[in-house]
Ligand binder design. Structure first.
Ligand code: BDP
Length: 602
């Protein structure tokens, strides 16, 4: 799915800003049918939960409504008009005046509607967006709504980040010609010093495609005509981790034969292209044919007040901290991140493991609400792994790949985080999902993230993954505070995986909750020293195990969670606090990762 862009033939109007807002408590009959009765206003993009002081809004379960008026630019006569929502968490419905124009499930991926027939250039319309935060045993991620005494509803879920909701990302109105580029797929390869850029353009209407690839200086590197082709780039400048290089691929649809004479450009779209290869060979992960070692984090889109709302200031600052600490990668745990994040990673040479929102498919881990476990299959998980969930899971994979397939920063798809892979039937559930991801994108490795309870001899799903991604909490949830024992257990387990699978392994989560300012001379969980010592212990083990190809600490920063006795105002495993101040461990990580980055020994 193409990101909306202003080009010579397309225009964009941002609909970000303050909208009228109300949660639906049952008294809003057809809220789209007229002006929304409310005094509240909510910013877009932002989660709505932490904006207001009323806990009934924060804890609301169900629909919430956003409304504003929009004027269609009068110059758009003759163009198609689209509304595009980058995300509505978890389900969205859009009304133009009284007409429903699109409905979408899945809280972290974009959707759009052609609304040309419902609007008029120069005129205003009433735009109403409903956002539903309900999670059920069939949604991705799953959850269960519980009815409390007195009839109030409470949303339960099995992931530990807070169930923020709302219009988390940009909403835009854009124009495009009737005959236009509707999709572009780019796959790159390298042959000696020549870069190969294979492209495929999809269009609506009949027109010839003319493509031009320019380098960062704007010099033409290659050209072609036709909907599909291969551009050959002599002396190619590769996109490298830590050293991004982006070509600009411009696609023009022309009325005519494309040879330039008398051709009229009817649509133009461009995207950046990084030429690079990715490959798993034996137990190595290769980028551009060179072994790559991941350093970095599992992250979250999370900040105070704004919740999961995209924020360019946090985007820039987080990437600054990633660079400062010497890291080269992150995982979009546990859902697709805003497209601005992916573009930024492309431009700054940060490597991304791109994950779907399939988190919490595991009745053995609970967000603290026991009832959820029984609703999710009574501990076996079978109910939660039914055909409806499989269909939702396929949709998440399909839409993620459709959105992110052209990002050079994305080197691997992760189709789930810590699902149950022990129960009978989980292999039957997952195998077709791996096949599906590979069918949609045969060029990138596909993985899932394995949970601690599913070691090598127990996990039924690791055999389908190209890379073993492991989350381990030795020294924290088990062997708590005993790093010597934790070290023995961790190494034994990693060697078990190495022997049994011979695949590359990445530790995608390891860490310890830490309160800044808490200190001890002993290995005392929650202290800053303990967090640093625990990570040092993991690093000693990683350095001894050959098949390790990466380490991503849990988590980049502290983040908000649901209420529970395991969490004190959120998850504190951040290397940075929620407001992005470094804990002591940030400095020891920086010493290790900058040394690895510069080819020194820490
Ligand atoms: C893992 C999850 C992650 C949690 C983490 C933790 O993948 O989302 O936040 O544990 O407990 O199970 O800190």
């Amino acid at each position: 799915m193409l990101k909306p862009k202003a080009t010579a033939t397309r225009e964009l109007v941002s609909l970000n800003g303050l909208w009228k807002f109300a949660v639906d408590t049952g008294d809003l009959a057809e809220p789209w049918a007229g002006p929304l009765t409310t005094t509240l206003e909510a910013p877009v993009p932002a989660s709505y939960n932490d904006l207001f002081t009323d806990s009934a809004i924060r804890d609301h379960v169900g629909w919430a409504w956003y409304q504003r008026t929009v004027r269609v630019p009068r110059g758009w006569a003759g163009e198609r008009v689209f509304i595009r929502l980058d995300a509505a968490t978890h389900e969205g419905v859009v009304y133009v005046d009284d007409v429903e124009v699109v409905r979408h499930e899945g809280g972290y991926l974009p959707f759009e509607a052609d609304i040309t027939e419902h609007v008029a250039p120069g005129a205003e319309f009433r735009l109403t967006v409903g956002v539903n935060n309900v999670l059920t045993p069939d949604t991705i991620p799953p959850g269960l709504v519980k009815e409390l005494p007195g009839g109030r509803k409470q949303q339960g879920y099995m992931h530990d980040f807070y169930n923020y909701a709302g219009l988390h990302r940009s909403v835009q109105l854009y124009s495009a010609p009737a005959t236009r580029v509707t999709d572009v797929t780019v796959v790159t390869d390298v042959d000696g010093a020549t870069g190969l850029v294979r492209y495929a353009v999809e269009t609506s209407g009949d027109a010839e495609a003319r493509v031009t690839l320019r380098d960062e200086q704007g010099e033409v590197a290659a050209t072609a005509t036709g909907a599909e082709g291969v551009l050959e780039v002599a002396d190619v400048h590769l996109w490298q981790p830590g050293a991004a290089y982006l070509y600009d691929l411009s696609i023009e649809l022309v009325d005519g034969d494309g040879d330039g004479d008398g051709d009229v450009v009817v649509d133009e779209y461009s995207l950046h292209v990084g030429v690079r290869t990715v490959e798993v060979r034996e137990d190595r992960f290769l980028i551009n044919g060179e072994p790559f070692y991941f350093t970095g984090f599992g992250k979250h889109e999370d900040s105070a007040v704004r919740g999961k709302g995209h924020d360019d200031a946090y985007l820039v600052h987080d990437f600054e901290l990633i660079d400062w600490i010497g890291a080269n990668s992150f995982r979009t745990s546990h859902y697709p991140y805003a497209e601005e994040v992916m573009d930024y990673a492309d431009r700054h040479g940060i490597v991304v493991i791109d994950e779907t929102a399939a988190v919490g498919l595991n009745s053995r881990i609970s967000g603290g609400i026991a009832d959820l476990m029984s609703a999710f299959g009574g501990g076996g998980g079978e109910e939660g792994f039914g055909p409806k969930m499989a269909e939702a899971h396929r949709r998440e994979i399909r839409e993620l790949i459709a959105r992110d397939k052209n990002h050079p920063s994305v080197v691997m798809w992760s189709i789930a985080n810590e699902p149950d892979t022990m129960a009978e039937g989980t292999d039957v559930y997952f195998e077709p999902l791996f096949d599906y991801a590979r069918e949609l994108d045969p060029t990138r490795p596909v993985t899932f993230v394995n949970v601690m309870m599913a070691p090598p001899d127990v996990c039924r799903v690791s055999k389908f993954a190209d890379v073993l991604c492991l989350n381990r909490y030795y020294g924290w949830y088990v062997d708590t505070g005993d790093l010597a024992t934790a070290e023995v257990h961790l190494e034994a387990e990693l060697r078990g995986w190495e022997q049994m699978y011979g695949k590359p392994m990445i530790m995608t989560e390891y860490g310890a909750d830490t309160i800044p300012g808490l200190h001890s001379v002993w290995d005392q969980p929650w202290t800053e020293e303990f967090q640093a010592n625990l990570l040092d212990m993991y690093h000693r083990v990683f350095d001894r195990v050959d098949a390790m190809v990466g380490e991503q600490v849990w988590n980049f920063a502290d983040f908000q969670t649901s209420v529970g006795i395991f969490r004190v105002d959120g998850n504190k495993k951040g290397v940075f606090s929620r407001d992005r101040r470094p804990k002591a461990v940030a400095h020891s990580l920086r010493a290790r990762w900058t040394a690895l980055r510069d080819g020194r020994t820490a």
